[in-house]
Design a protein around this ligand. Structure first.
Ligand SMILES: [Zn+2]
Length: 461
């Protein structure tokens, strides 16, 4: 019954949200806000921009932009506008908020997660290695054809692992049921598979190199070198999951384009920093996942999108396990790990690692899609980035990494994908959480309707 009520609600909401997702033909002028462009340049303290057919057609200081005749005017005095974010590392589709796993993987659930991403200000979401290829290609086509209500734009890439290797056990169980991970043991198999992906129009792939402290088979250098080489021959990018210093060195040396995760157990050495200087890989840090301050700290920003039962179960989970949503007391080695992070983070950046937003949300139960982005930004600033640098790493740079020329900054010709904030994140990065509204392709995203729906998903009033 509950499930039925939920889907009935989705269906009724869909009709109005669908109408909304259509681009409105009229011209709208947004006046008087502080505009953060997203490219690191100084904010316009009193800015105006014009949106037509979902795209920005003019932007500048308020005095310099004239509203076209007949345009609708929206006064944003006192607000701050920043580009919507782009998340290059999530695992979408398995979270059901009352259950977790392959049984939840439907287009409807993928859409739900993308709506959660949009709710929190993310306009494009990249699911990495854990989405079934053919179903994802179909989903992308349907979304691009406008068959779904408004949501974050869906992107995905296939993942490679040795037989019985790959993601951690929870995600492995789910992806194995759907035969998602491409298991390869030889360079030849790997090359053939990458070519097949290229034939399907795939632009990037993920490799899991890690042996999870010796419990998994490790991807051999022969195999990952072949994957990287074959991908590059076809102008595809390779995202590499590598968590130890030797593994990160090895994949960067082999030419991986995007590093995912941190080296948490030792300080970086000069050899690695020299490699980073030479190769300048993108780097999705994924620091914030499982950060217990969110739900454990009773913060309504995180709680608002979660059913009450989920919040209660996270709070009741006092078992400290990496990746899980728990409220266990901090681990005894937390401060040692934090000290290594404080040492490594600025050195990675200084050496030229190009930091991009990635959260790993959805890899285990209980993480809220979309809110993790805001945790990640705050952690970066804590570790030394300026708020402006953090915003660029969440907007312009992931757009550049993904080859999305139409979004990522507030500029003429870009899609009007933006967040209206009640306070200035350049003063305090936590102000990215003060979301007044989110616009996708020039249309305001109906946050209120979705909130009501999500809160009801577990039968709570
Ligand atoms: Zn991941």
């Amino acid at each position: 019954m509950k499930a039925f009520a939920y889907f009935a609600a989705v269906a009724s909401m869909t009709a109005s949200a669908y109408a909304q997702s259509r681009v409105q033909p009229q011209t709208v002028v947004y006046e008087g806000a502080r505009l953060i462009i997203g490219d690191g340049s100084a904010a316009l303290e009193n800015g105006t921009f014009v949106v037509r057919n979902g795209h920005i057609t003019a932007i500048g200081n308020s005095g310099a932009i004239r509203a076209p005749g007949g345009a609708t005017r929206v006064n944003l005095t006192g607000k701050t506008v920043m580009p919507a974010m782009i998340n290059v590392h999530v695992h979408i589709g398995y979270e059901g908020y009352t259950s977790w796993g392959a049984q939840n993987y439907t287009a409807q659930n993928v859409l739900d997660h993308l709506q959660r991403e949009a709710f929190y200000g993310t306009a494009a979401t990249l699911s990495v290695g854990s989405s079934p290829t053919d179903a994802s290609i179909q989903f992308q086509r349907d979304q691009q054809a406008g068959r779904f209500p408004a949501a974050s734009r869906f992107f995905f890439m296939p993942g490679y692992a040795p037989p019985n290797g790959g993601p951690d056990e929870v995600l492995r169980a789910a992806t194995t049921a759907l035969h998602v991970i491409n298991e390869v043991s030889t360079a030849q198999e790997a090359r053939a598979s990458v070519r097949r992906m290229h034939d399907k129009g795939i632009k990037s792939v993920k490799i899991w190199v890690d042996d999870r402290r010796g419990i998994y088979p490790k991807m051999t250098p022969e195999v990952y070198t072949a994957i990287i080489d074959e991908a590059h021959r076809h102008r595809m990018m390779v995202h590499a999951h590598a968590t130890t210093l030797p593994d990160q060195k090895a994949v960067v040396r082999a030419g991986a384009d995007v590093l995912v995760h941190l080296v948490q157990n030792e300080k970086l050495d000069d050899e690695y920093l020299a490699l980073l200087r030479e190769k300048k890989p993108y780097w999705a840090t994924v620091i914030g996942l499982g950060d217990p301050t969110a739900v454990c700290g009773h913060d309504p920003f995180f709680e608002q999108a979660l059913p009450a039962k989920v919040i209660a179960s996270i709070r009741a989970n006092l078992e400290r396990r990496p990746l899980t949503a728990n409220c266990a007391p901090p681990s005894p080695n937390a401060s040692a790990r934090e000290a290594i992070l404080a040492y490594n983070f600025p050195r990675m950046i200084e050496a030229g690692a190009r930091i991009v937003l990635g959260t790993d949300t959805g890899i285990e139960p209980g993480h809220t899609f979309g809110s993790g982005e805001h945790v990640e930004l705050a952690r970066w600033v804590q570790l030394g980035l300026t708020p402006s640098q953090a915003i660029t790493a969440a907007t312009k740079r992931p757009a550049e990494l993904m080859g999305l020329a139409d979004t990522g900054t507030l500029a003429v010709g870009k899609r009007a994908d933006f967040i209206v904030l009640d306070a200035n994140p350049l003063e305090n990065i936590l102000n990215t959480r003060r979301i007044s509204s989110v616009y996708l392709n020039g249309v305001e995203f109906d946050r209120a309707a979705l909130l009501t729906l999500w809160k009801r998903a577990d039968g709570s009033p």
